[in-house]
Design a protein around this ligand. Structure first.
Ligand code: GDP
Length: 341
């Protein structure tokens, strides 16, 4: 690879270079893994061809990992928890990749998740790979790219892939559509005891962890866990999958409760696998990935059409001024687009 290519968003151009990249990636080369993720995250159309080719090559080597979503409000202890659970998993000889879906990055351009300094022990572990969250502005949004990054990590031999997101509501849905098990972290005493219930996140939760169950917070955390357990029993009768989410206490800071959390994740996973729910779930996820990529691609092509581009800001202005309703503006833009084809 040339240094020019190393600086560009996606690296390989030639077909053979994609093949070499795939081979290196499958062989466990971390630099190749980083490059491959950069390639699938790239917004350039040229890279998207290469990324599609790469994903076709690695396809047969994907799908075998335990895919775990980890979410919770800022400050709840996600990075401390991922570091602690990750170290526990490394001790069990797993290889762990951590990815992030950061709903704020497309707005701020910054990255608040997946930062290596937030997971100090994993950052220096040979069998762990941490990918900071992509900055925004990706074709098709960040989530579909993260799903593809997850596949790349699987091909590189990571048998546990964690996808971290900040609890905002929307991002949990995006993450739940790419993982097998979804862990929600909460804490006691935030004055908002059942914070998850408000956002409809409980439908997505497979394992609920009340973190910071340590020091003089133990009793509060246990009360909080009881409140969640009874709340869940009212609000979430066993769903169509027939899994009732367990509520656990843990202290990420003291690395306590990690084994119990992992046991529940494994239980959930084997339960999914035993009754065919895992393949049904993954089929559903593929359907929704197809749909979200299609939506994104159509919007992109629509907005790239020269006449739509020319008319768009005028439509925006007219909508802002109340001269045109948003739905009338959409109808006009569609008519312009149809006329152009
Ligand atoms: P994030 O924003 O959800 O990633 O949260 P962090 O992992 O950065 O943790 C936020 C703060 O909570 C830090 O000061 C941590 O040290 C602290 N923290 C995280 N886990 C625990 C825990 O289990 N117990 C206690 N007492 N503090 C914790």
């Amino acid at each position: 690879m040339t240094s020019r290519r190393e600086r560009s968003p996606g690296q390989p151009n030639a077909e053979s270079e994609v093949l070499v990249l795939a081979e290196r990636l499958i062989g466990g080369d971390r630099r190749a893994l980083s490059k491959a993720i950069t390639l699938v995250e790239s917004a350039s159309p040229e890279d998207s061809e290469c990324a599609a080719r790469l994903l076709r090559i690695i396809g047969p080597r994907t799908g075998q990992s335990i895919r775990l979503g980890v979410s919770g409000a800022p400050g709840v202890g996600k990075s401390t928890f991922i570091d602690a659970l990750g170290v526990h998993l490394l001790g069990l000889k797993h290889r762990l990749a951590v990815l992030a879906v950061d709903p704020s990055s497309s707005v701020s351009g910054g990255s608040v998740l997946g930062d290596k300094t937030r997971m100090p022990r994993l950052a220096v572990a040979a069998d762990a790979f941490i990918r900071p969250s992509p900055s925004g502005g990706f074709k098709g949004g960040v989530a579909p790219r993260t799903r593809e990054s997850l596949l790349v990590c699987e091909a590189a031999g990571y048998d546990v892939v964690m996808v971290e997101t900040v609890g905002t509501g929307q991002s949990e849905h995006a993450v739940s559509e790419m993982v097998d098990s979804f862990v929600l972290l909460v804490t006691a005493g935030s004055g908002d005891e059942l914070q998850g219930f408000k956002r409809g996140v409980m439908e997505l939760v497979d394992v609920l962890v009340v973190n910071k169950s340590d020091g003089d917070g133990v009793e509060r955390a246990e009360n909080c866990a009881r409140a969640y357990a009874s709340g869940l029993s009212i609000l979430r009768p066993p769903d169509s999958w027939g899994w009732f989410p367990p509520v656990l206490n843990a202290s990420a800071l003291e690395s306590r409760g990690m084994d119990q959390v992992w046991q529940k994740v494994l239980l959930h996973r084997s339960w999914l696998a035993s009754n065919g729910a895992l393949s049904r779930k993954r089929q559903e996820q593929l359907r929704s990935a197809l749909r979200s990529l299609l939506d994104a691609e159509l919007t992109l092509r629509f907005l790239a059409s020269p006449r739509v581009k020319a008319a768009y800001s005028e439509m925006e202005r007219a909508v802002e001024q109340g001269e045109l309703s948003p739905s009338d503006a959409v109808r006009r833009l569609l008519a312009i687009y149809e006329g152009e084809r």
